[in-house]
Design a protein around this ligand. Structure first.
Ligand SMILES: [Zn+2]
Ligand SMILES: [Zn+2]
Length: 353
């Protein structure tokens, strides 16, 4: 299968606007698939990469996009379990060794041979095509539309993996932040069967939080009071990137409770003695392994969990980024390539000599 041209949107320099940029993707390896991209989510991590916030992770021209959904337009001869034309997704990474300690335990995201989808010089999904290792491509369940599946591949798997590992039905869970991650976490936690309290600094998000599955809403301005009718919490998932009154949140946890960060706030100072008194844990969430991605897609399809999305054509990616920077997106931005949005419509990229 011949080399082909890929048309992307790339930032030429840190914090730059995205412009059209084409590159030649080499002959498809037998183990890989070519995906004609129909949708790609826009994640806060993409903006960090565009801004050069994560050092070597950005390589300019930087092509972001790691919530990729599309149709398999070329299939390597050794790829198993996938078909030409199949609707599939790709998340934060597009290959790993599958042999090391972490890969064997299903934590492929920690593999030292990990190939990220759009970092360290890899060119991601703000494009018309993406080529990747067939073992890191996930069929999209029929019940999920492509625009709803895209944000599940990074934001969704991040919050669901944290929740599925730490919670069970009947637990009292707090979700801090009602935004790109938080609005998904509220839905997942409620569908797991947890009793959910939403925390937000925006009082106007109360109705939305309740609609998304919270049974209580707490407006966070200054110290966080216990909401009327609520109880102490077993697990708090911080989904916001904003600083917060951490001591008063810690005070909401029951003994053996856990504070888990999925958002990335500024450095946090915690009162260890107060935590020790209740044997509290602090942990973090990340993008999960391959099985976590499959579980997230399956659970979302089964439980009808639906990201709230705003869509832009791919060529308006800069407008979408502007809205994300302003905090105006409700709640996930998704870019789409108009030529490929109908299910089953795909075309391999034309070969180049
Ligand atoms: Zn590995
Ligand atoms: Zn992401």
């Amino acid at each position: 299968m011949s080399a082909h041209q890929v048309n992307t949107w790339a930032a030429a320099s840190p914090q730059g606007r995205l412009d059209k940029l084409s590159y030649i993707s080499p002959t498809l390896p037998h183990t890989h698939v070519q995906i004609q991209i129909s949708h790609c989510g826009l994640c806060a991590s993409d903006v960090h990469l565009i801004d050069g916030d994560w050092g070597d992770a950005s390589v300019f021209p930087q092509v972001c996009g790691h919530e990729v959904v599309g149709f398999i337009s070329q299939l390597g001869a050794e790829v198993q379990g996938l078909q030409l034309g199949q609707r599939v997704g790709v998340g934060w990474y597009k290959s790993a060794c599958l042999e090391c300690e972490f890969c064997r335990m299903g934590d492929e995201q920690h593999c030292s041979a990990l190939i990220a989808t759009c970092a360290h010089g890899e060119r991601g999904g703000f494009a018309d095509y993406l080529t990747c290792d067939g073992r890191f491509v996930f069929p999209i369940p029929e019940r999920l539309t492509s625009e709803h599946a895209a944000p599940l591949l990074c934001a969704g798997v991040t919050v669901y993996t944290a929740l599925k590992r730490a919670t069970r039905p009947g637990m009292a869970v707090g979700i801090v932040g009602v935004g790109g991650l938080g609005h998904l976490a509220l839905q997942f936690a409620a569908k797991i069967g947890c009793r959910v309290t939403a925390f937000s600094s925006t009082a106007g998000k109360r109705d939305e939080a309740l609609l998304l599955g919270a049974s209580h809403f707490v407006e966070m301005t200054g110290p966080v009071d216990r909401p009327v009718g609520s109880e102490d919490l077993d697990f708090i998932l911080v989904t916001s990137a904003a600083a917060c009154n951490w001591p008063s949140l810690i005070a909401k946890l029951r003994p053996r409770g856990t504070l888990c960060f999925a958002g990335m706030p500024p450095p946090v100072t915690l009162d260890i003695s107060a935590m020790m008194y209740k044997t509290l844990s602090v942990t973090t969430a990340n993008v999960g392994g391959r099985q976590d991605i499959r579980d997230t897609l399956a659970f979302a399809a089964e439980q009808q969990i639906q990201p709230w999305v705003q869509q832009w054509p791919m060529d308006q990616v800069n407008a979408a980024i502007d809205q994300l920077r302003l905090g105006h997106v409700r709640y996930r931005a998704v870019l789409h390539n108009p030529v490929a949005i109908a299910p089953g419509v795909f075309a391999p990229a034309p070969p180049v000599c």
